[in-house]
Design a protein around this ligand. Structure first.
Ligand code: 13P
Ligand code: SF4
Length: 302
């Protein structure tokens, strides 16, 4: 009898499929992926791929973005309910209100957002290119949706602009609270602290480095330090330990876990390939409008 991994390999060939996985999905799913990365890397891979089918081991905004960037491909989500809570934490009405208030407003939309929110945005960003893209925009006034923390981080890094963050947040990164980080630093005084910009400002101020998941991995890989405290979802530890077997990594707190990312199991990856289940559908109207914001990100992030 074939193992699930062997079944997936065979189905991938039969269907001419590629598997993209985010660093937060379970280790065994990362292991069978063709490409693993942060949101920016995965969006680029989704746009470039020649495969007919994209299986996106991640949450719904990732699959939607892949479909919008490459509409002729079939995009499959192993778990139809794997969603990002923050992706819904902004409203089209608020965007309209802000556009009326500021004549020159640019609406900058974190890729962790619904396709509908992208349709009313000027440009998308990810955590690895948000600062670069906001700097490059001609507009002075920026409404940053949905994440208040990444928005506040960008505001600090680009002081020449007036960046107004919306009030969304990531429930997983919110739990990495300043007091918990303080205690972890006391427990591991020699560890360098690497955090994701979805953490709150007080946490970023206590860190040695702030970056996307890929940037955190790259920092640890190239650093001369040997011990690190990681302030993002625990899934990144799989790649960190693989790339740096001689280094030590601790989570800031127990249970730094995105329950939606963990819904993506090997069995579900196999079933989505086998039955073509949970195909991403985005209406033509939404897709065409959202594509402008995503394409602008790819152009400005180069
Ligand atoms: P990255 O783009 O840094 O991988 O972040 C994605 C995400 O969902 C963080 O919570
Ligand atoms: Fe969304 Fe947070 Fe999960 Fe990332 S970790 S997918 S921002 S809920």
């Amino acid at each position: 009898m074939k193992s699930i991994r062997e079944e997936i390999e065979q189905l991938k060939e039969e269907k001419n499929a590629v598997i993209l996985a985010h660093y937060y999905v379970p280790e065994e799913v990362q292991e069978i992926a063709d490409y693993i990365g942060d949101s920016y890397y995965l969006a680029k891979k989704a746009k470039e791929t020649k495969a007919e089918v994209i299986v996106f081991a991640g949450v719904s905004f990732m699959g939607e973005s892949a479909k919008i960037l490459n509409p002729s491909k079939k995009v499959l989500m192993p778990d139809a309910d794997a969603d990002c809570a923050m992706a819904h934490m902004a409203s089209i009405e608020k965007v309209k209100e802000m556009r009326e208030k500021y004549e020159d407003l640019a609406v900058v939309c974190y890729i962790n957002s619904t396709a509908e929110l992208k349709t009313v945005s000027d440009v998308c960003v990810t955590s690895s290119n948000a600062v670069k893209i906001v700097k490059a925009l001609p507009n002075k006034n920026i409404f940053f949706i949905p994440d208040r923390n990444l928005g506040a981080y960008v505001a600090e890094q680009v002081p020449e602009k007036h960046v107004i963050p919306n009030d969304g947040y990531c429930p997983v990164h919110k739990e990495i609270a300043p007091q918990i980080l303080k205690e972890a630093k006391e427990k591991y005084p020699n560890a360098k602290v690497l955090v994701h910009p979805e953490c709150m400002q007080e946490v970023l101020k206590m860190a040695d480095f702030t970056g996307s998941t890929s940037e955190i991995i790259q920092y640890a890989e190239t650093s001369l330090e040997k011990e690190f405290l990681i302030g993002t979802e625990e899934g990144v530890l799989y790649e960190l330990k693989k790339k740096c077997p001689e280094k030590t990594f601790h989570c800031v707190r127990k249970g730094q876990c995105c329950p939606d990312m963990k819904k993506v199991t090997l069995e579900k990856v196999r079933d989505s390939l086998k039955y073509g289940s949970h195909e991403v559908q985005v209406s033509r109207d939404i897709s065409e409008k959202a594509l402008k914001a995503l394409d602008k990100m790819l152009e400005l992030a180069k």
